[in-house]
Design a protein around this ligand. Structure first.
Ligand code: ATP
Length: 453
């Protein structure tokens, strides 16, 4: 039986456009409701499978009021939103929608959003916990091979992988959120490999690492002679990835003027090289950030329309300290991956080391753990890792052999960590650690990577 949808929208033209899209996709659409009262009268006669709900409606009550009622009755809903201000958006988000569709509606976005909403809804009604875990093996060898590169036994990672597998084979943009080193790029690669675009390129762009005056030309390309110094034509990253995927790391760093141009890529799949003509590209966008984009949006540093377009399928990568059960499996994985590489025969960790690893809070997340295990392998002379150095009083103070002076690398690491702690782990922008240390954000980030922070 076809799924039944209810549109609650007081703007006739928009409601009708949406209805046409849904009917074309074989959904059963109930009469359009223009107010909360209309909607409740219709729902009393027939309960829809999902409600598409505008925030501002005819009458006194808003879509947010209706959302509370729908939630109480267990009816799934998606907001139809124009760009609202932050307080409205926050109130809407609190009601637990399956997503936001922004106007004007595009068939592609509407259908993708519905697929995602069905998926989330089915997950919610699933009773058994282990059904939410991805199967370890399947009849897809590429998927099984790629899955082996992602270690994690915790419920958080298993649920995340299941979400990733659902979205991988669509063209929906994915926004990966999480602290530095949590595995955002790894997941982006996994999504690309699982998608039909795997034979195309995956182009990775670090928006924080590009000098601001070159970002536009790097991303969109330029024609020869289009500005002083443009001695050759350049093909931009979006065009290089045609037929494949672009992973934009640190999307929060994209300058505001380029956010408009990027929005056109997302909406129209169209690029405009500097000094050149507009052209179509066929790419899938994956983006990541460790910034709070809602905060950036509220402070006018990130466009709201871009946020809505990107935030169709957000995936949160949890910090390692919030999934301690993953620490030892990851440590064992990094040991197995690297010991032979360095010609060492090391079979495991001492109990003391296991304790240290599990109790440390890993501000640099998985990257810090990986670097620490590699260091420990290099320093290890037996067949078991019996000592590791995690930052903190136990290694920087007195040892049993007397006072130990820290190496330059250790000092630099501790210094950066202290600055990060003071700035609440904010790297870039006002009040960030880069500002405190008086260095460029991308330089700080590259030092952090090198030092395993
Ligand atoms: N679950 C995991 N299993 C195995 N390796 C992992 C896992 N998560 C992260 N890693 C490894 O940790 C390192 C850091 O991961 P990655 O670069 O994907 O993090 P990130 O979130 O993109 O960091 P940043 O925000 O600093 O760019 C990589 O070497 C990656 O392969």
């Amino acid at each position: 039986m076809e799924d039944t949808l209810l549109i609650v929208e007081d703007q006739f033209i928009e409601a009708n456009n949406l209805k046409i899209i849904l009917l074309k996709a074989d959904y059963h659409v109930l009469p359009i409701a223009r107010s909360v009262d209309d909607a409740l009268a219709i729902i009393d006669r027939q309960v829809p499978d999902l409600v598409l709900l505008d925030i501002f409606l005819k009458g006194e009550r808003t879509g947010i009021d209706l959302a509370h009622i729908l939630k109480a009755r267990g009816i799934a809903f998606v907001y139809l939103s124009a760009n609202s201000d932050k307080s409205v958006f926050t109130a809407a988000k609190m009601t637990g929608p399956y997503g936001f569709l922004i106007k004007p509606f595009r068939e592609r976005d509407v259908l993708a959003m519905l697929d995602i909403a069905w998926y989330h809804h089915s997950q919610k009604v699933m009773v058994k916990d282990n059904e939410a875990k991805p199967k370890k093996t399947s009849n897809n060898p590429v998927r099984d091979r790629e899955l082996k590169k992602i270690v994690g036994e915790s419920g958080a990672i298993q649920a995340l992988l299941k979400n990733v597998e659902t979205v991988a084979d669509t063209n929906v943009p994915v926004l990966l959120l999480g602290e530095s080193g949590t595995g955002k790029e790894l997941i982006a690669k996994f999504i690309h490999e699982l998608s039909e675009r795997r034979s195309g390129k995956l182009i990775v762009v670090d928006c924080a690492a590009m000098p601001p005056h070159l970002v536009e030309s790097e991303l969109f390309g330029h024609e020869k002679g289009s500005f002083t110094g443009a001695t050759e034509k350049r093909i931009g990253k979006f065009e290089q990835a045609d037929g494949g995927t672009v992973f934009l790391d640190e999307i929060g760093e994209l300058p505001l003027d380029l956010q408009v141009k990027f929005l056109r890529v997302l909406q129209e799949m169209e690029i405009e090289p500097i000094g050149g003509k507009r052209k179509k590209v066929n790419i899938r966008i994956l983006a990541a950030t460790n910034r709070n984009l809602e905060e950036e949006m509220a402070n006018g540093r990130f466009r709201m329309d871009l946020y809505y377009r990107l935030n169709i399928f957000p995936i949160n990568l949890p910090a390692l300290r919030d999934r301690k059960s993953d620490i030892m499996p990851l440590a064992v994985y990094f040991l197995e991956m690297n010991a032979a590489k360095f010609g060492k025969n090391i079979t495991g960790f001492s109990d003391e080391v296991r304790q240290t690893l599990t109790h440390y809070d890993w501000p640099g997340n998985v990257r810090e753990l990986e670097n620490l295990i590699i260091r420990a392998i290099l320093l290890c002379h037996g067949n078991q890792i019996g000592e590791v150095q995690v930052p903190g009083p136990s290694v920087t103070g007195e040892t049993s052999k007397g006072l130990r002076v820290k190496t330059m690398t250790e000092s630099e690491r501790d210094h950066i960590l202290a600055a990060l702690r003071q700035c609440n782990w904010k790297i870039y922008g006002p009040g960030g650690a880069a500002e405190l240390l008086a260095i460029n954000g991308s330089t700080l980030k590259s030092r952090m990577k090198k030092l395993g922070i």
